[in-house]
Design a protein. Sequence first.
Length: 82
Amino acid sequence: MVLLRHIPFLRAVLLYSVTAFGGPQGHLGMMMKTFVQRRKDVDENELMDLVSFCNMLPGASSTQTIMLIGYKRGGIGLETLW
């Protein structure tokens, strides 16, 4: 039952993941539009902090940023659904 409250967020992540293209700049713009302006999961400053933190880590920074947004929104339970 706890999963039901996360379905809109998971749907937004699915739509973001299949439509995101254009490299890091395109991903940042789509995250800004989807998760800041439309859904209000994070605010603009928080998203920029998450992106800058993920840029220091090795690997795909946009995937890591989405994981951190999911962790912030739903805790470890939502993060383990991926």
